[in-house]
Design a protein around this ligand. Structure first.
Ligand code: IMP
Length: 190
């Protein structure tokens, strides 16, 4: 089965490709010639995922899934949330985003946070959503060189290493995206 994963993020493509069964062939946006920025104008993570998957179906005709992820920090009332990518500005700079978050939390003892991923799947004209949550806390400094985004400052519950210090295979087992992708796979296998 061929299905489009609506992303330009090669890290995510790699993560998800490692999780789906080999009989499911993932096509990237580049593979289908989609070069434009897909609109992400919803105020919710779920809304953005649905918007992206529907866009590909509507303009390119492919069955498709799209994900949207946000980091929700309890002491910041769920921020940066749906604005995680642009937290420190339009350049979507991961280091600047982490620096801003560490600075916002500098006087805060409550470091609880969670990553939330919603995957929207458009398959045979039906829309399904899968949600994965990974709880943890924000460290006081960056640790580790792996992963991407906020990984160096996210310590998953029950671990002494940040996402950026864990091997990808370990991160996939417990991550928000890993959990949402597992639901997606269960659905596709039904
Ligand atoms: P997106 O909407 O899924 O592209 O993600 C929004 C923001 O969350 C981006 O800044 C990403 O870098 C960040 N992000 C998404 N997934 C992860 C992850 O697994 N680890 C760390 N940061 C992530």
């Amino acid at each position: 089965m061929k299905i489009v994963f609506a992303t330009n993020n090669l890290n995510k493509l790699k993560e998800v490709q490692a999780l789906v069964p080999s009989e499911i062939e993932l096509l990237s946006l580049a593979d289908i010639g989609c070069k434009e920025d897909i609109p992400e104008t919803s105020p919710t993570i779920e809304g953005n995922a649905k918007q992206k998957a529907n866009y590909i179906k509507q303009y390119y005709g492919y069955d498709c899934f799209a994900d949207d992820t946000g980091l929700e920090v309890q002491a910041l009332k769920g921020a940066p949330g749906v604005y995680s990518a642009r937290y420190a500005g339009e350049s979507k700079d991961a280091n600047a985003n982490m620096d801003k978050l560490l600075s916002e939390l500098s006087d805060t003892e409550n470091r609880e946070a969670q990553f939330k991923t919603v995957i929207a799947l458009v398959l045979n004209d039906t829309l399904e959503t899968c949600t994965g949550i990974c709880k943890g806390e924000i460290t006081k400094e960056k640790k580790g060189k792996g992963g991407f985004g906020y990984d160096p400052i996210f310590l998953p519950d029950g671990y002494t290493k940040t996402f950026a210090e864990l091997p990808l295979s370990e991160k996939n087992k417990i991550s928000h995206r890993g959990k949402a992708v597992q639901q997606l796979i269960d659905f596709l296998n039904r």
